[in-house]
Design a protein around this ligand. Structure first.
Ligand SMILES: *Cc1c(COP(=O)(O)O)cnc(C)c1O
Length: 375
């Protein structure tokens, strides 16, 4: 609370989701206290990594896991692991992949941009990204064609609302990689409640963010078979040096995993549903707005509120409304990826009831003012 005041920083309401430029998530007091306590202590980092690996193995169906700086680092490091293993001279050579298989195949629609091009996260390790199929569709046959090359190091799939095109069948895609004898990595950065489902597709490595819905300090989790995790960790003394986990990050992750272990998922889901349903009902009272619930397209157990504007009644289109919200006091940030369809999306998961009321009150003020001008 005081930090914003002290440094003159903007306080705002974040209905935009787990968005890096806005600080991603809110940690619980318990997580914040654990990380704060870690900062004034020394630790044997190896011990911390062992404890967190055991916690990951307990909470998921995987054998092991490790913490790195973030999911983007996880992409680079897991690709380093599938290309170079843990052989010391290869670890030292990266990103020079001379003498190593370095093609990493991915469906073309999975070449997303999360603030960085995912392809660059691959190239950073020295990998050559190979796109299979088109932005609209990628069949198992398309993947097989690109995997059938002696320099193929692995397959990368992305489970995210950011992917394009027809849904890729993960079980078939992973099986195609395994038929070629190469591992499959799944980037599920915002899918931490679906880790077991992603592992069940047969993935050798699943990546997830610790600072998105897990609400830990900034960190990435790399989850999978023991030997894979060992190979990833070998790169801590190579290209991974600049991607290392912090002690306060690991302790925060441990606390977040413990909170997740105790979470009653059904009541959490009901709480989220009630929150969005209530918001949508109130938003539907506003002039020129049709509100509805839209489930997370990649299967996280919550919905977002979608507001569709009728500019004739609301007096403004979605782009203008987003601008008005963002430049008001306090600023309100919403998801703007569908403004061309006159839609705004709001993610309510981390918001308090009073923040929801501020959003609804602002919408009411702005829309009735604008609507009236038109009449
Ligand atoms: C957010 C995101 C990333 C990047 O995650 P960081 O932990 O912030 O590096 C990578 N992939 C996907 C699909 C994402 O949603």
């Amino acid at each position: 609370m005081q930090i914003h005041k002290k440094y003159g920083l903007t306080r705002f309401i974040n209905a935009r989701g787990t968005f890096t430029p806005l600080g991603v998530s809110r940690s619980s007091d318990k997580i914040a206290r654990a990380s704060a306590e870690a900062l004034s202590e020394f630790f044997v980092i190896e011990e911390l990594q062992t404890v967190v690996s055991e916690a990951i193995a307990r909470l998921t169906d995987a054998e092991a896991g490790t913490v790195t700086h973030c999911t983007a680092a996880g992409i680079t490091l897991s690709v380093a692991a599938v290309m170079a293993g843990s052989t010391p001279d290869k670890v030292a050579a990266l990103p020079d992949t001379t003498g190593m298989a370095n093609r990493v195949v991915l469906p073309a629609g999975h070449a997303i941009d999360y603030g960085q091009s995912l392809l660059q996260a691959l190239r950073l390790a020295g990998a050559t990204p190979v796109l299979a199929g088109t932005d609209e569709a990628c069949s198992t046959g398309d993947l097989e064609k690109e995997l059938a090359h002696e320099d193929t190091a692995g397959l990368l799939l992305v489970s995210s609302r950011l992917v394009h095109g027809e849904r890729v069948d993960f079980i078939e895609a992973v099986a195609a990689a395994h038929r070629r004898g190469v591992p499959a990595i799944i980037d599920g950065a915002a899918q931490d409640m679906r880790i077991n489902e992603l592992l069940a597709a047969g993935a050798d490595i699943v990546l997830t963010s610790a600072h998105k819905y897990l609400a830990a300090p900034t960190a990435g989790l790399i989850i999978g078979r023991k030997e894979m995790i060992r190979a990833v960790r070998a790169h801590e003394n190579g290209i991974g040096r600049a991607m290392k986990a912090t002690k306060e990050g690991i302790i925060g992750v441990l606390t977040a995993l413990e909170e997740r272990e105790q979470l009653d998922l059904n009541s959490w889901r009901n709480e989220q549903d009630e929150k969005v349903t209530g918001f949508v009902a109130q938003a539907n009272e506003l002039p020129g707005i049709k509100a509805r619930l839209v489930p997370d397209p990649s299967g996280m157990p919550f919905s977002r509120a979608c507001l569709t504007l009728n500019p004739l009644q609301s007096g403004m289109d979605a782009r203008e409304l987003a601008h008005v919200l963002r430049t008001g006091v306090p600023p309100i940030w919403v998801m703007e990826h569908k403004v061309d369809a006159n839609q705004l999306y709001l993610e309510l998961v981390p918001l308090t009831d009073s923040e929801l009321q501020v959003i609804l009150a602002r919408l009411a003020t702005v829309l009735s003012r604008k609507g009236k001008q038109k009449v």
